[in-house]
Design a binder for this molecule. Structure first.
Ligand code: NDP
Length: 451
């Protein structure tokens, strides 16, 4: 980076940090983007003059609200709800809702900021947003989750709509929660609209939406490998998490002939050297989605597997790693271990799972490293396809949606190569995704004036 660009980054970050000094996840996400865009923006002063990057780091609107609800003992509980409406430059705000005890403004702002570029990369007309609550669904009864969702939606419903803001799921928000929230939204608005995505197949949902993020992240790994004439078949794959994204990453990797040997949750990971095949995945789906159990229970069922308490799976040798749990789950030491053990491809299903130091290790060793905003965009892309189907009042087939998802992931890969290829031929997917995602949003902002 030249001196002018470096100074730009320094001043930019100083301002962002001064405004919200405690929002470290937000700073991390903004810094990664601004560092890769600064040389480009410095060379294209039209974006500098209009202060596009500065405007993109300021949400168009933030809504914060109280969510009171009654637990099963009849006691009053109070959580905090949020919706960050980050950018509507290229379409209605679009992005998931996260229910997790760790949720705060910093985490949701980083997710909303990333979402703007990700949604642009899909080529679909979607702006960016994110929301959620510090509500922890773990250990709550279905009735408690329903009462919480109804209270949450009672307020959120004032701020969303099919042409305004279309939320979806994320950590802690799956089919059950979307169902409860959609029911309440419909009751309040007296309208059956496409205002939430991730709906059930029989009531407005799209085929393949539950599978889309995990499938898309796998397709992206496949695209990266295809640039050197290789494929997923025959490779060992380490996956973290055991939720929605991880489950369908396992399914697609296995279908393509790869062997997934790990899954995890916030308590530890399981290692199954024989691979998590279709039958074992069936068990995981039931364990996590029906019984809402913990991943350690896997080893009671499959005796060849081992459970490692309070550890992450990155020490297990593999050629491909897919972090699919949460932010900052791969640190510098983990990255060095992965490289030393022969890992060559990282495809991120989670958002910002690698720390900046870990990314530095991956790129320094010339790994194929795909950041979440490119590799996990298949989820929101399929939500975009759900919006299209809702507007047309029809449902495409599973094959049709899969073909579109596959095309979109290929397109995102091409965009990353177009803007991220360096002089030695190495593809910097971070730079490619950031420039590729930025251009469409920035040009729309220029065209729409100072709003
Ligand atoms: P789920 O709630 O279905 O699963 C989350 C998984 O990650 C669980 O196994 C959970 O374990 C684990 N996890 C969560 N927090 C932590 C933590 N602090 N430390 C260790 N493990 C943790 O969520 P999703 O699968 O939907 O989301 C996973 C990631 O993918 C997130 O980063 C999300 O933003 C991203 N993503 C999701 C999309 C989607 O379509 N769902 C789209 C694009 C990105 P535990 O049960 O112990 O909490």
């Amino acid at each position: 980076m030249d001196k002018i660009a470096a100074e730009f980054v320094q001043n930019f970050m100083a301002n962002v940090i001064a405004k919200d000094p405690l929002e470290k996840e937000f700073h991390q996400a903004v810094r990664e983007v601004v560092e890769s865009l600064a040389p480009f923006v410095v060379q294209n002063p039209v974006y500098m003059k209009a202060r596009i990057l500065e405007r993109m780091a300021e949400p168009e609107r933030i809504v914060m609200f109280r969510v009171p609800w009654l637990n099963d003992r009849g006691e009053v509980e109070i959580n905090r709800g949020y919706r960050i409406q980050m950018s509507s430059a290229i379409g209605p705000y679009k992005g998931g809702l996260r229910f997790h005890a760790s949720v705060n403004l910093s985490i949701l702002k980083f997710l909303a900021y990333e979402q703007v570029l990700k949604n642009s990369l899909t080529t679909l007309p979607m702006g960016g947003g994110k929301g959620g609550s510090d509500f922890n669904p773990k250990g709550k009864s279905d009735n408690e989750v329903m009462r919480f969702c109804q209270s949450f939606m009672t307020e959120l419903s004032r701020h969303i709509g099919p042409d305004t803001d279309v939320p979806a799921g994320d950590i802690g928000v799956g089919g059950r929660e979307i169902g409860f929230m959609y029911g309440q939204l419909k009751r309040l608005s007296n309208a059956f609209t496409g205002t939430l995505t991730g709906k059930g197949l029989g009531w407005g949902g799209s085929p393949l939406r539950p599978e889309a993020t995990g499938y898309g992240t796998t397709y992206f790994a496949q695209e990266m490998l295809s640039t050197i004439g290789e494929e997923i078949a025959g490779k060992t794959v380490v996956i973290s998490g055991s939720g929605n994204v991880s489950q369908y990453a396992v399914e697609k990797v296995t279908q393509l002939g790869g062997k997934v040997v790990t899954l995890s949750d916030s308590n530890g990971f399981i290692y199954d050297p024989e691979g998590i095949n279709e039958e074992k995945l069936e068990y995981v789906l039931e364990l996590k989605n029906v019984w809402r159990g913990r991943i350690r229970e896997y080893v009671n069922e499959f005796k060849g597997a081992k459970y490692f308490e309070n550890q992450r799976p990155w020490s297990v040798p593999c050629q491909i790693a897919m972090p699919c749990a949460t932010q900052n789950e791969v640190d510098e030491e983990d990255a060095k271990t992965l490289v030393a053990n022969g890992c060559r491809v990282i495809s991120e299903g989670a958002n910002m799972p690698s720390t900046p130091e870990a990314i530095h290790v991956f790129q320094g060793n010339k790994l194929f490293y795909a950041p979440g905003k490119a590799a996990n965009a298949g989820g929101v892309a399929t939500s975009g396809l759900e919006m299209s189907q809702n507007s047309m009042r029809l449902t495409w087939t599973r094959d049709e949606v899969d073909a579109r998802l596959h095309r979109i992931m290929k397109g995102i890969h091409e965009t990353c190569v177009q803007y991220g290829k360096e002089s030695d031929g190495y593809v910097n997917y971070v730079k490619g995704a950031n420039i590729g995602g930025f251009l469409k949003v920035a040009n729309a902002m220029l065209a729409q004036g100072l709003v």
